[in-house]
Design a protein around this ligand. Structure first.
Ligand code: AHR
Length: 665
């Protein structure tokens, strides 16, 4: 197929059936008021894992890179990101008394040839955003006798200018690690993000001209003020897509490279000094700072349901845990579930309570592994079906009958998923394939989550050996909406759909297509962001049967019992000659004069157009209009080719709600 040009926008709201001159007959849709299916009410969300520096250096707000000189199977400790000030000599030490069992390496800072203030600076994750309106919260641990003050500052990496400084009185001593905390409020904004954090001390105040440092940390204000929390601008861009499903902690990251390097949730709990860091799988080390509790708090703050991935005994290198050793991981998963939702007097619930969360979190979805059909195939997938998934399913549902256990593969991976399990279907595809998805789940009775999806390549360019598009693009976003509409039509069995992966640091990435791109001081909402935002802003609690054919108009209709509103979501993908598609939409029982808010998203003339993080250009246009049902109770409008639209009658004035009550009466 080829993308066709966008039809002229004039007349978007003018419905004159085929008399529009488009040559396309009106699509006449009647939506029944009965006979639909209840939905689970949470249909949209995302997968987060630390890929693309989306955790460390991304959503996780820590500004200091390599803050604790952590090491793991793949990455030994280094002094990356640390630089000396005033001739200081920086060296890595593994002291006989480390800061903790988890953080065994530290940085020794010794005087060189020069006296006076010596120290070090850190250039962060490709810079640091410095704002006078922000109060930065910092801490560091020191070992070694020093009487005097430390000076912490945020500085330009270009001119050395300090934008803000804090003096911290030393409490340090020769034979113990002492934590120092401080706050730093810059007196002016930095002109750009090429900034550093510096810490200095006066050599004259030390016993022997050197001090040891570890876990040097600096946070800007965080989302909802959470300690060890999330970066505000990224969190807000995520909040604004109204997510209700949050799949954590990945993806491939959950699996790890080997059967000893999976994402071990226990390593992510408690004080930062007790978190060893993690190999990850995305070519950079991870701090474990963004841990299970941080994920759960973020889910709570955004009102998201968790889909918790538990390690299933298969690693990315194909290592498979034999049946007689699997119990270890099943017990680990049960511990993890107990940590999240067990009573505060249970073994792991009490650990949660000690960490400040006596109340259990809600957890209804647990996914066993990630893409077990892929690594180590075919044995990996065979063992998953033979014993791994059945053993997890049985154990989890014995302990927690209400939990929906999800297999990491779908019916389409050739798995007749044992009841009461659900499946996970992943779809990274070209637009035409996403559109062909529309009917995929119409006849599947096993519940599924769409745990990862995105348009990643242009039509004709599919395949993992071929590059992804540089950014989400308009035609791809429209195609995603067609899949999403298809999933919503089956919302009694489709748990929800998650965009993946969700964010990308523009300074280092492994995966181009993400819904949001960011740098140290910018956030870009992609074309997909706009489409998913619109779709998720109008949640149906019930889908309703409707009469008509699909293609090029794809749609779903339903109702939201909380707003008393009728909802219609639609996308037009490749109409004949790119013409507008006239629509006449009647909800059974609706009264003439009822108003609905129609929102239409249209893209640029070039369907490959994208929202460019470098120029800030947004190619998505949002058109809103209140329309009224005609004398027969029908809404009439036309939708341009390659557009996405929602009509919602539940958003208007109280009068509208009264009308809704009347219809029912
Ligand atoms: O979303 C990026 C990766 O794609 C995930 O980690 C993995 O599950 C999938 O293959």
């Amino acid at each position: 197929m080829v993308f066709l040009g966008l039809a002229v926008l004039t007349g978007v709201f003018a419905y004159v059936a085929s008399a529009t001159g488009t040559g396309i007959d009106a699509v006449d849709i009647t939506v029944s008021s009965t006979g639909g299916n209840a939905t689970n009410g949470h249909q949209y969300g995302f997968l987060h894992e630390d890929i693309n520096n989306s955790g460390d250096g991304g959503l996780y707000a820590e500004l200091i890179r390599n803050r604790a000189f952590q090491s793991n199977e793949g990455f030994p400790s280094t002094l990356d990101a640390w630089y000396p000030i005033n001739d200081a000599k920086l060296s890595l030490k593994n002291l006989s008394t480390p800061l903790s069992n988890a953080l065994t390496a530290s940085m020794n800072v010794a005087a060189g040839e020069k006296d006076g203030e010596i120290g070090f600076y850190n250039d962060g994750y490709w810079g640091m955003d410095v704002k006078a309106s922000n109060k930065y919260t910092g801490s560091f641990w020191v070992r070694g006798a020093y009487s005097g003050q430390f000076t912490a500052s945020l500085r330009s990496n270009i001119t050395g200018e300090a934008f803000g400084t804090a003096k911290i009185q030393s409490q340090s001593c020769s034979d113990d690690w002492i934590e120092h905390e401080f706050e730093l409020t810059p007196s002016k904004d930095a002109p750009n993000s090429n900034n550093t954090f510096a810490l200095t001390f006066d050599v004259a105040g030390t016993d022997d001209g050197a001090l040891d440092f570890n876990l040097i940390s600096l946070f800007p204000p965080t989302y909802k003020g959470r300690k060890n929390g999330m970066r505000i601008d990224i969190a807000e861009a995520l909040e604004q897509i109204h997510p209700t499903l949050f799949r954590i902690p990945g993806g491939n990251m959950l699996e790890g490279w080997t059967n000893t390097s999976w994402w071990d949730w226990k390593n992510t709990l408690g004080p930062l000094k007790d978190r060893p860091g993690f190999y990850g799988v995305w070519e950079y080390p991870q701090t474990n700072g963004l841990g299970l509790v941080e994920y759960l708090e973020f889910a709570e703050d955004l009102g998201m349901e968790i889909v918790l991935g538990v390690y299933s005994g298969l690693a990315l290198n194909g290592d498979i845990t034999p049946e007689d050793q699997l119990q270890y991981f099943i017990d680990d998963a049960l511990d993890q579930i107990e940590f999240v939702r067990g009573p505060s007097d249970s073994k792991w619930g009490s650990v949660r309570a000690q960490l400040g969360h006596p109340e259990p979190w809600k957890l209804e979805y647990v996914e066993v592994g990630n893409e077990d059909w892929l690594a180590g195939a075919p044995e990996g997938w065979d063992t998953y079906k033979q014993y791994r998934f059945p053993m997890f399913l049985d154990a989890i549902n014995k302990a927690y009958p209400d939990i929906q256990v999800i297999s990491s593969g779908s019916t389409y991976n050739g798995y007749d998923i044992p009841s009461p399990g659900a499946g996970d279907y992943h779809l990274y595809a070209v637009p035409d394939t996403l559109v062909e998805e529309f009917n995929r789940f119409d006849n599947i009775t096993t519940p599924h989550i769409i745990g990862e999806m995105a348009a990643i390549q242009p039509n004709g360019g599919g395949g993992w050996d071929l590059p992804q598009m540089p950014f989400p693009w308009w035609g791809g976003a429209v195609a995603e909406s067609v899949s999403l509409i298809g999933y919503e039509r089956n919302q009694d069995r489709i748990i929800g759909a998650a965009f993946a992966p969700i964010i990308r640091n523009m300074n280092r990435w492994q995966w181009e297509i993400t819904m949001i791109q960011f740098t140290a001081d910018s956030v870009t909402r992609s074309t997909s962001w706009y489409v998913w935002e619109l779709m998720a802003a109008h949640i149906m609690t019930e889908t309703l049967p409707a009469t008509s054919q699909f293609n090029p108009l794809y749609y779903v209709a339903g109702r939201n019992e909380n707003t008393d509103g009728y909802i219609f979501k639609a996308a037009v993908y490749n109409s004949t000659e790119g013409a507008d598609v006239p629509v006449r939409l009647t909800f059974e029982g609706i009264k003439p004069g009822t108003t609905g808010e129609l929102t239409i998203l249209v893209g640029p003339e070039d369907p490959y157009g994208f929202n460019d993080p470098f120029t800030g250009v947004n190619v998505v246009k949002t058109i809103k209009k209140t329309i009224e049902a005609d004398e027969e109770g029908g809404f009439q409008f036309a939708l341009p080719n390659l557009s996405v639209a929602v009509l919602d009658t539940g958003l208007s004035a109280p009068l509208q709600r009264n009308r809704a009550v009347e219809w029912r009466g």
